[in-house]
Design a protein around this ligand. Structure first.
Ligand code: G3H
Ligand code: 13P
Ligand code: ZN
Length: 324
């Protein structure tokens, strides 16, 4: 079957350009929440509609494989209508998280994504510039915005030096932004993906000094923070109290994220905290009501827990409430 080009505009979505301009000016950050299923999407839309926050719905390559990209696109389009039904016409971006090839970015652009990330952070600087530029040239023809990345986060992003961050080099950012034409830049300042961001005894601080230096080099340019989950300890304890085994799970302090959100950071990526909230709620139901087998009876509480978490992030960390 011949694939039809679907512009994000047909789906009622927006790109991130205006959203970021407002966020940089207003000193807040837009939530970028990952979703893979209906309950996660419902929780995101409910939380953002209730707080009148703009939102970036993020889809990873893994999410596309898990949930089917056609279904995800229709869910995102449905989210626009659903938010309106909830009484809030909030701007919604559908964003590819960690795109790893031109072909994947192109496919997303052709099927309704309004924003893509091309993550060339593992490549040499020259190769990263070349690949990112190629994606930007195609994306901008369709008014789709592009996030690039400089520097490597420790953890799953860095197979070779798994424990080591390669911080973004402030000397490179101006040249990268100019040569690639990207709309936003993800940087590495000590955050990392997943629920185990620091080893016991390790310094938990992120390098806000590098962020400040980057901001000085490219004033007003939208900066993105990946790996920004806080790993709330009450969720970790709840998971462990109901049979889970998460040892030494730790994240980024919300105080530091608040400071980052006030600066040029205008997109903060949160996935793991949502996974923890859902897991804690599901485990609690299974532990306390072993006779329960209706998925709505455990996915419902998981959705409620997610919504609460997302509202907390918006109101108390990102400051995007009332900005829709
Ligand atoms: O950056 C990673 C995101 O948390 C998405 O994770 O690739 O397991 O869907 P995933
Ligand atoms: P966390 O694993 O810290 O939630 O980061 C998510 C992320 O960066 C998605 O791209
Ligand atoms: Zn990420």
């Amino acid at each position: 079957m011949q694939k039809k080009f679907t512009s994000f505009k047909e789906l009622g979505l927006v790109n991130s350009r205006e959203m970021f301009a407002q966020a940089v000016k207003g000193g807040y950050a837009i939530p970028a929440y990952n979703f893979n299923n209906l309950e996660q999407l419902q929780a995101i839309v409910m939380a953002c509609a209730e707080t009148k926050s703009p939102v970036i719905l993020q889809v990873s390559k893994g999410a596309r494989q898990y949930a089917n990209q056609t279904l995800l696109r229709h869910l995102a389009a449905g989210a626009v209508e659903y938010a309106a039904e909830l009484g809030a016409s909030i701007p919604i971006v559908l964003h590819l998280d960690h795109g790893d090839s031109f072909e994947l970015c192109k496919d997303c652009i052709e099927t309704g994504f309004s924003s893509v990330m091309i993550d060339g952070s593992h490549l040499s600087y020259e190769e990263n510039v070349k690949l990112t530029r190629q994606v930007v040239e195609y994306a901008h023809q369709h008014d789709v915005t592009v996030e690039g990345e400089l520097g490597v986060l420790a953890g799953i992003e860095d197979d070779v030096h798994a424990a080591q961050h390669t911080y973004t080099e402030p000397d490179q950012v101006e040249d990268f932004v100019k040569k690639t034409g990207v709309d936003s830049l993800a940087i590495a300042i000590g955050t990392s993906h997943g629920a185990f961001k620091f080893k016991p005894g390790e310094d938990h601080e992120i390098r806000l000094d590098i962020l400040a230096e980057i901001e000085r080099r490219i004033p007003g340019f939208p900066i993105v923070l990946h790996g920004a989950s806080s790993v709330p300890q009450e969720l970790v304890q709840m998971i462990n109290a109901h049979g889970g085994k998460l040892k030494d799970a730790v994240g980024i302090s919300e105080d530091q994220l608040r400071l980052a959100a006030h600066s040029a950071v205008c997109k903060i990526n949160i996935d793991s905290d949502g996974r923890l909230a859902m897991t804690a709620a599901v485990r609690k139901v299974f532990d306390e009501k072993p006779e329960e087998f209706d998925p709505r009876k455990y996915l419902g509480p998981a959705r409620d827990a997610l919504k609460k978490l997302y509202i907390h992030k918006i109101m108390n960390v990102l400051g995007s409430n009332g900005k829709a």
